[in-house]
Design a protein around this ligand. Sequence first.
Ligand code: HEC
Length: 150
Amino acid sequence: MSEKLTKSAARNIFYGGTAFFLLLFIALSINTHLYIVNHSTDEATLTPSVAQGKRVWERHACINCHSLLGEGAYFAPEIGNVWVRYGGREHPEGARMGLKAWMRAQPTGVPGRRQMPQFNLTEQELDDLIDFLEWVSRIDTQGWPPNNAG
Ligand code: HEC
């Protein structure tokens, strides 16, 4: 092997390295996509009301204050696990009633406390929204957030 790195050797390292990491990037992207589709998403329970609830969530820009699985604003609590926080796993009906009552009672007007606006959602919109929140809580986030308060 020669002592000096020749121009063509440098070029080959550059092209070889670029090709290698590009292929690695594509392979990892495919892997991530397949993981999302086959493992972390609970597709079997993705009902029309869940999709409708996601639209309610988007229409009212809840993400402007809340985060959903860590994405969004940090003004208000994380919502990805609010269903679990309200005890939905043990008492689904109680959690649904609790969430509805919460949404209807806003804003609380408690001095010094951050306020959530009143959205005047219909019964149907609330049910769809809660179906969406329940569905989100079943996404496999690999243990994130580390506690229910997150
Ligand atoms: C302007 C900011 C803002 C927007 C927009 C907003 N929220 Fe909130 N939300 C808050 C705040 C602040 C709290 C916490 C209030 C408190 O604890 O007194 C909260 C709390 C909640 C809670 C209770 C969380 C818990 O852990 O107890 C739920 C559920 C909720 N919001 C749902 C929604 C939904 C659904 C939307 C969209 C339709 C929405 N929020 C839009 C500010 C907002």
